[in-house]
Design a protein around this ligand. Structure first.
Ligand SMILES: [Zn+2]
Length: 284
């Protein structure tokens, strides 16, 4: 049986049963990448990854954290990018980078932690520099990341968020492959207040919930991925005015009459992902 026929046969037999299974269970269960041409398929929060490359758990200037999650996979473009960024980190005062979640071996939705990170173009980088020694497997599981926020969460804690953190985020944002960087609103505020000279890079740095322990790098759809769905451009400008203010707006008042709780959104299944992702899931 040809490879293609075998894949179709597998699809026909496996997928009816898999159709209703949450896609995060299917993609979370696969331990190796799809042996197909490398490409990111679909959108950052609805897609998958073929031909993933592995970021080695140790490099000269990086270490991967939480190895049990098996999420240090990405489009080879992302892996190459992270290796180059890590090599530049010592120039801005970092011994190296601690790399958090990238993607699962075949991308797709994850059982915990993220809505995006599905197509091998997202990576979380800890805001704590890499120590000088190699961390053990156990330490990489257990060491807690450090929040950069002051206790009131409105600003950063200057004892934790210093020039070093500022400089690594700016360095990442200035790389042409980077389309977005997500940080907590208080970190965006600190960047807005601290930026001098060129402020163009600030438009890529977007406030988002969480992201006070790490920053999130998102690369643009690379050339190797014709079915990668790009995001719309961020609004022009540095985002330090009304947009940042909107993250500090008081929450809307609670309705006086209790409303019915909303049902949880339905789980993403294979039919919600690009059809190519069903092939990626079963490719051998
Ligand atoms: Zn992230």
């Amino acid at each position: 049986m040809s490879c293609r026929l075998a894949a179709l046969f597998l699809l026909a037999t496996i997928l009816p049963a898999a159709a209703e299974t949450p896609a995060k269970q299917l993609f979370g269960a696969v331990e190796a990448p799809a042996p197909l041409a490398a490409r990111s398929i679909g959108s950052y929060a609805r897609g998958c990854l073929a031909g993933a490359a592995l970021l080695p758990v140790n490099g000269p200037t990086w270490q991967v954290m939480r190895l049990s999650r098996n999420r240090n996979w990405g489009n080879p473009v992302l892996v190459g990018f992270l290796e180059r960024l890590a090599a530049k980190a010592p120039a801005v005062g970092w011994n190296g980078l601690l790399v958090g979640d990238m993607s699962q071996p075949r991308g797709g939705p994850m059982s915990s932690g993220h809505a995006s990170h599905q197509i091998g173009l997202d990576a979380d980088i800890w805001l704590t520099p890499m120590p000088k020694r190699e961390l053990t497997y156990d330490e990489r599981e257990r060491v807690s990341a450090v929040s950069m926020l002051a206790p009131n969460t409105l600003s950063v804690d200057p004892k934790k968020f210093s020039d070093r953190q500022f400089n690594i985020i700016r360095l990442a944002a200035k790389q042409p492959e980077v389309e977005r960087i997500f940080v907590n609103r208080a970190i965006k505020k600190a960047l807005c207040e601290g930026a001098t000279g060129d402020r163009g890079w600030l438009s890529k740095v977007r406030p988002w919930w969480g992201h006070d322990f790490h920053f999130h790098i998102r690369l643009a759809c690379p050339r190797n991925s014709p079915t990668c769905k790009p995001q719309v451009d961020p609004p022009s400008g540095d985002g330090c005015g009304a947009e940042l203010q909107s993250w500090y707006a008081p929450p809307p008042p609670k309705p006086t009459k209790p409303s019915k709780p909303k049902p949880p959104p339905p789980e993403i299944t294979l039919k919600d992902l690009p059809p190519e992702c069903s092939q990626v899931l079963v490719a051998k």
